[in-house]
Design a binder for this molecule. Structure first.
Ligand SMILES: O=P(O)(O)OC[C@H]1O[C@H](OP(=O)(O)OP(=O)(O)O)[C@H](O)[C@@H]1O
Ligand SMILES: O=C(O)c1cc(=O)[nH]c(=O)[nH]1
Length: 182
């Protein structure tokens, strides 16, 4: 079985839930992908890292991978670890939803691994409206990074791609919702 086929099995088993839920955008839905159930699973996290690394390794001399906490955190870390194992090390970063209230006051964690203008990819577990990805893009750019595009584990195909592209960035998905549920 391919890495992608196995990851789909894990997503269906651990992350896909049929229930009524309010989403980050305020929309209501009758299903949910709880991405962290997969990305924090030992095999799920490893396969996520492998597939995200494959998706970004040849992209426009990528120099970093990160995203908005919390969904992005295990994905960025797994991708970075796999990149080291594959001898093309790509450092990870985490963007906070609020700046740290004491100590460094930082919005962005992992800063020392990035020079100004470093070319980075934003990662997400789920894209619905794309609002969280766009927030991450804007914050990363305000922090001096050059964002190339976004990679998500699951694209729910609910307008996120269009909204991200409208901002001038590409979106790649490991899976669309249709692929997961096929
Ligand atoms: O495309 P959007 O409409 O923005 O929705 C998708 C976002 O929603 C979820 O995050 P959530 O805010 O639930 O937070 P968490 O990652 O901290 O759990 C998910 O991890 C994405 O970041
Ligand atoms: O839109 C969201 O907030 C959302 C949808 C989903 O399926 N999973 C998730 O983590 N967030």
């Amino acid at each position: 079985m391919s890495d992608k086929a196995r990851l789909k099995q894990i997503i269906l088993e651990l992350s896909y839930e049929k229930r009524k839920v309010v989403l980050a955008s305020g929309r209501e839905s009758d299903f949910y992908f709880d991405g962290k159930q997969t990305t924090l699973h030992p095999e799920g996290g490893y396969l996520t890292g492998k597939l995200f690394f494959e998706a970004i390794k040849d992209v426009e001399q990528v120099e970093g991978v990160g995203g908005l906490t919390l969904g992005a955190d295990p994905i960025a870390t797994a991708t970075s670890v796999v990149s080291f194992l594959e001898k093309q090390p790509i450092p990870a970063f985490i963007i906070r939803k609020e700046p740290k209230g004491h100590g460094t006051g930082a919005w962005l964690e992992g800063r020392k691994n990035f020079k100004p203008g470093a070319r980075v990819v934003i990662v997400e577990d789920v894209v619905t409206s794309g609002g969280s990805s766009i927030k991450a893009i804007k914050r990363a750019e305000e922090e001096g990074l050059k964002v190339l595009g976004v990679v998500t584990l699951v694209d729910r195909e609910e307008g996120g791609r269009e909204n991200i592209e409208k901002e001038g960035y590409w979106l790649k998905s490991i899976f669309t919702k249709s692929e997961v549920l096929a």
